[in-house]
Ligand binder design. Structure first.
Ligand code: SF4
Ligand code: SF4
Length: 86
């Protein structure tokens, strides 16, 4: 489902970071992507960014940690700051 949604609705390229790559691999071991429920508005932009089917948005976003590769594309797209890496 996420793949079809992404193909149809991708608003543009994933923004680049200052490093020049399309995402930065986190350097800190033991950190995971987390959702701040109080900031999530269920917009699904993060779903469009994720290429690894590691997110579900049913009202609020949830991370499927087993699928997450820590690429942080979703974090760049979240308009509310609801995704954090900590
Ligand atoms: S960090 Fe990458 S793999 Fe993990 S949920 Fe976000 S976009 Fe998907
Ligand atoms: S992009 Fe951010 S606000 Fe939108 S569903 Fe994902 S986590 Fe929630």
């Amino acid at each position: 489902m996420a793949e079809a949604f992404r193909d149809k609705a991708t608003p543009g390229e994933v923004p680049q970071l200052e490093s020049g790559v399309d995402h930065d691999k986190p350097t800190s071991e033991g950190m995971t992507l987390q959702v701040l429920d109080q900031l999530c508005v269920g917009c699904s932009y993060c779903l469009m960014a994720c290429k690894d089917d590691a997110l579900i948005v049913e009202g609020l976003c949830e991370v499927i940690q087993d699928n997450c590769t820590d690429c942080l594309r979703c974090l760049l797209w979240c308009p509310t700051g609801a995704l954090v890496y900590a």
